[in-house]
Design a protein around this ligand. Structure first.
Ligand code: HSE
Length: 411
């Protein structure tokens, strides 16, 4: 009999409790022995909830319990999640988590602690919710040098952008729905400002390329500035808008970015809608592979957590190809080369177009009658530094009244 403890009875914690208790037959069969929840840590009480008999407010009740082999850390934020994980690993317990903030910030140290104590630190659910992505990277694409990993890594923002595009709903109303549905974090800043996707692409990149990628070095922009007008321009160009986490191998390290991108509607990622996530991996031998599924939500995330619990109980955890002592250089934002859509308001159309042509070379303009005195242009092959400089010069040109938005484009 394997006994586990769950740290945190929030959305994911209550999901793990439900999966392990309701699917006990299949979980125990796959684990090779009965798996039971022994303790659940939370500061709150849950009168009348099935968790009541297991509830404790003291972490020591778990740490000092020698019967508990696996600790499931599904709290949010860094502390005390990080310190509880470290203590559990040092006490010889495997730790399973969905907490991407802790994995991105302290992953190398916690992997080292697990290795030193002969236990596992597993985090399949930290990226892509229910989507198997860490296992395929570590156990299937083992013959390849991975050259690119990128995709839609945040369910909340994908849900928001999909609703905005399909129903024309305002950003703030859709965000409230996402919170009600349990997709958005309690503090939605991490989702809508791209921080959550940034941590996830850092974790994937560290595993794909085998060295630590510091999430703090990845240029990151969220979706809060995306408007209905931007989405309309995208449609006119045959594009959907998606918050992407991208990372590509370069000769010295990687080029990575998190930002909203226009994608041609023919691209497989363009039809990934709602809370779904999808991840593209390019290998030098395998070519493109894509992984798709529910990227957030109580039971999908709990399903991935529980699969890790089963691996921890069976002691068959996959080998993590992550050299925790080596850091991979990340291009600075200024160095990243992009294709971008620039939206410009003007007082004189002819002069404004001339100013754009002078700065960006001969460009194609996109104009939507109903938006009045503005147009969009596509600039290609510029570094972010060049793009920012040209956009600043454009904003000062006499016939230009405003540079309204800049949105990157992927092919
Ligand atoms: N808030 C996250 C998302 C949860 O929306 O993707 C899953 O990591």
């Amino acid at each position: 009999m394997a006994k586990i403890a769950i740290l945190g009875y929030g959305t994911v914690g209550s999901g793990v409790f439900a999966v392990v208790t309701k699917n006990q037959d299949v979980v125990s069969k796959k684990a090779g022995e009965a798996v039971e929840v022994k303790r659940v840590l939370d500061l709150r009480d849950f009168p009348g909830d099935p968790v009541e008999p297991y509830l404790t407010h003291r972490f020591e009740d778990i740490l000092e319990d020698e019967e508990i082999d696996v600790v499931v850390e599904v709290m949010s934020g860094i502390n005390p999640a990080y310190s509880f994980s470290k203590q559990a690993l040092e006490a010889g317990k495997s730790v399973v988590t969905s907490n991407k903030a802790v994995v991105a910030q302290h992953g190398p140290e916690l992997i080292d602690a697990a290795r030193a104590h002969g236990v596992s630190y597993l985090f399949e659910a930290s990226v892509g919710g229910a989507i198997p992505i860490i296992r395929p990277l570590m156990t299937s694409l083992t013959a390849d040098h991975i050259t690119e990993v990128w995709g839609i890594l945040n369910g909340t923002t994908n849900y928001i952008l999909t609703e905005m595009a399909e129903k024309g709903t305002a950003f703030s109303d859709v965000l409230k729905d996402a919170q009600k549905l349990g997709y958005a974090e309690a503090d939605p800043t991490a989702d809508v400002e791209g921080h959550d996707a940034c941590r996830k692409i850092a974790i994937l990149s560290s595993l794909a390329y085998g060295k630590t990628v510091d999430f703090q070095q990845i240029p990151t922009e969220g979706i809060t500035k995306i408007t209905a007008e931007d989405i309309a321009y995208g449609k006119a160009m045959g594009c959907a808008i998606k918050l992407l986490g991208t990372s590509k191998k370069t000769t010295h390290g990687i080029s990575a970015m998190v930002a909203p991108y226009f994608l041609p509607v023919s691209h497989p990622l363009a039809s990934v809608n709602g809370v779904f996530n999808a991840i593209f991996v390019k290998g030098d031998m395998s070519g493109d592979t894509m992984y798709y599924g529910s990227g957030a939500g109580k039971l999908p995330t709990a399903s991935a957590v529980t699969a890790d619990i089963i691996d921890a109980v069976r002691q068959t955890a996959v080998f993590l190809d992550w050299d925790t002592s080596a850091k991979l250089p990340v291009e600075t934002k200024d160095e990243v080369t992009v294709k971008a859509f620039v939206r410009v308001a003007y007082s004189d159309a002819e002069q404004a177009k001339k100013a754009c042509n002078d700065l960006f070379g001969v460009v194609k303009f996109v104009q939507l009658e109903s938006f009045g005195d503005e147009f969009g242009l596509v600039a290609d092959g510029l570094t972010e530094a060049q793009l920012a400089k040209k956009a600043a010069l454009l904003a000062q040109a006499p016939a230009i009244t405003q540079v309204r938005n800049i949105i990157r484009m992927e092919e």
